[in-house]
Unconditional design. Structure first.
Length: 193
């Protein structure tokens, strides 16, 4: 059994912002594999279904990014899902827009959602990183940048990244992180049109 967690912030004002790339991927996976609708539970929205013959859940924490771990630990404990069977999908400013990477464990890279999850369940879970690029200019612009919406061309690049994640997640669940990360590393980076 697995738990896929897409990170983001709840509410219409945050919909389609860079920080919500994880939510977008979670929704795309649920649609791709015909999961049931999301319902409110564990301080989040959760859907149940099956990918590659494996039963599991997709969670979108509704606690705001900085407290994502509260929702994740509740769901993981309830379903008795170990950290090695948790997959967290999140935005990453250290990757250019259109780039995807995956790994097990590691640091938070300053991502508050990951910090919260690390503290709640340990850092030893699967991570899929969706590149959103980095703001040009002063460091203080980071919050404004991650909470900003994608431009039209950028949104197309992000949509292709999200589609790639939704169509390939089965490989991670079947073959493990080594093979999945290798496959992502061989993909050409999506470019803006």
């Amino acid at each position: 059994m697995f738990l896929i967690v897409g990170l983001g912030n709840p509410g219409a004002e945050y919909a389609n912002t860079r920080h919500n790339a994880g939510f977008m991927a979670a929704e795309a996976i649920a649609e791709e594999y015909g999961f049931g609708g999301f319902r409110a539970k564990f301080d989040g929205l959760i859907a149940e279904g099956e990918i590659a013959g494996e039963k599991g859940y997709i969670l979108k924490p509704q606690t705001f990014m900085n407290l994502s771990g509260n929702s994740v630990v509740k769901a993981a404990n309830f379903y008795k899902i170990l950290p090695q069977n948790v997959v967290v999908i999140h935005d990453d400013m250290d990757l250019p827009l259109g780039k995807l990477k995956a790994k097990i464990g590691g640091g938070s890279g300053g991502h508050n959602g990951l910090k919260s999850i690390d503290a709640a369940i340990t850092p030893n879970y699967n991570r899929i990183r969706i590149g959103i690029g980095r703001p040009q200019g002063a460091k203080g612009e980071v919050v404004d940048f991650v909470l900003s919406r994608f431009g039209k061309a950028e949104a197309l690049v992000l949509a292709r990244s999200v589609t790639t994640v939704s169509q390939t997640i089965g490989l991670l669940l079947q073959k493990g992180m080594g093979e999945y990360a290798s496959m992502l590393g061989q993909l050409p980076m999506e470019k803006e049109v």
